[in-house]
Design a protein around this ligand. Sequence first.
Ligand SMILES: O=C(O)CCC(=O)C(=O)O
Ligand SMILES: [Fe+2]
Length: 280
Amino acid sequence: MEEEESKGEKGLQVNDYVVGSLRTVIYIPNFITESEQSQLLRHINEVPASRWKSLKNRRLQNWGGVVHEKGLLPQALPSWLTKITQRIGQQTGLFPSPINHVLINEYLPDQGIMPHQDGPAYFPVVAILSLESPITIDFTPHPRSKEFEMPVENEDSTVYEAVSGQIDSPSTESTGSPKDEHHQSSVLLMPCSLLIFKDQAYTDYLHGIEDSESLSLDKVVNISEVIKLKELEYPRGSLHAVTSDVTQDIGQNNIFQRTSTRVSLTCRLVLKVHKNLFKF
Ligand SMILES: O=C(O)CCC(=O)C(=O)O
Ligand SMILES: [Fe+2]
């Protein structure tokens, strides 16, 4: 059977793929084909175990070099990754130069990533390719003050996590700007999809994935994917087991039950690249 054509050959009008009211969150379903997904997973799983770094709530592979706050100490991306990053660059037209850093995250069904912002080391456009289990990613307006940010994680990701507890309460320093009307929203990330967020979504919002096996679909902005999720035949027992009717299950409970691993490729550009180790 002929495989569904991926979004690989023609340029995309990214504005056609904007989801939600923020205007700076873009969701492209079927950016890669299922066979490309399998190839990527094969590469990801073939690397030596030492390539994986285990964190408390996920494990990750860092490709492209070490990101410091002042720039990237580069390492060439392998060709199985540039095949994808070049396509993302060409198809979206959103990166001023080739993507040079990829973080591969793997989440078990009860794992996630705390609400955070990606920090100043990166160009403010992020492209996240999703593999395997569907998941929801949450966007939350974050308190404006820099005091609410602190670098956690590690030298690989330069992820800036929100101080826990403070992200739940909306900023009290409301300026009455339209931003304040945008509360928390979620995007359902299906396998093979590409999520892009940039500009305001990058600088004024936190993004995170709940470390829970049950994900609420209540705030999902790309509803058509929820319908797709309903229609998909998941293996027996992979959806919330209240009823055997998938439609009713999601419709009534609006919950997605994670049962398998999710892998993502976070593709970013560090503009400042250090060529010489000793000048760093
Ligand atoms: O796995 C994801 O979709 C999010 C990853 C992320 O936010 C990051 O690597 O900074
Ligand atoms: Fe992130």
